[in-house]
Write a protein that binds this ligand. Structure first.
Ligand SMILES: [Zn+2]
Length: 231
């Protein structure tokens, strides 16, 4: 069953996670001339549904240029081998910390064994670091290293649009990422959220649940307030 797709901005789409018994993540598709980039891959169980959503946008996997992961938990990374199999010249970009583990086929952060799919070693074309800038079509994303949910969690901030792809660091309605998985750390997550709360964010695009098209900064501040109470 095809996933629901919503337009976020021109050439920028939200492929909604199919959350249920199995975890899945939101995927953000950004067009770059006749190619496109995905932020997060979603879980492998829903790969076919994701592909149908992509084809409904008039695109096919041969046009997939880059797969950029916010972090490597299986619900975000699980479809990576399938995308690499079907795409042509697709690169995988991920944080330095977690990229090295993916190349080694190390499951520590991915948690594939727990969720029924061990990823094979994946070659990483670019290991992203704090301050890198990623240009996709008309958009330029600043890479923010925001650990706490996992050691190599990244957020991507687009200053022109005041838009933040926040992975599992912060969600809407005061929610934030869990810290009980390997390399998770509550004190570190609070620092990361505090940093995000300073940014002029209007649109908040998290890895799970809904997106906010307005008032993203307020949502992040609420997450910070709750995180300070419970972490
Ligand atoms: Zn996660």
């Amino acid at each position: 069953m095809v996933k629901t797709v919503r337009k976020v901005l021109d050439g920028f789409y939200w492929i909604m996670a199919r959350e249920g018994m199995l975890p899945d993540s939101n995927i953000f598709l950004v067009q770059d001339e006749d190619r496109f980039v995905l932020f997060d891959a979603g879980i492998h169980h829903f790969f076919t549904d994701t592909c149908q959503a992509i084809s409904e946008l008039g695109l096919n996997l041969k046009q997939l240029d880059r797969l950029i992961l916010t972090h490597t938990h299986l619900d975000h990374s699980g479809s990576t081998p399938e995308f690499l199999r079907d795409a042509k010249d697709c690169e995988v970009w991920v944080s330095e910390e977690e990229g090295t583990l993916l190349e080694q086929g190390d499951d520590t952060i991915v948690l594939g064994s727990m969720l029924g799919q061990r990823l094979p070693p994946i070659s990483i074309a670019k290991k992203l670091q704090e301050g890198d800038v990623i240009t996709v079509g008309n958009y330029s994303f600043k890479v923010l290293h925001t650990p706490g949910h996992s050691a190599g969690s990244l957020c991507f901030f687009e200053p022109q649009q005041q838009l933040l792809i926040s992975g599992d660091v912060v969600f809407r309605h005061g929610s934030f990422g869990r810290v009980d998985f390997p390399t998770g750390n509550g004190a570190v997550l609070k620092e990361s959220i505090a940093r995000l709360a300073e940014l002029p964010v209007e649109m908040l695009l998290p890895g799970h649940m809904g997106i906010a098209t307005k008032g993203g900064k307020r949502e992040i501040q609420l997450s910070l307030q709750f995180a300070r109470q419970v972490l």
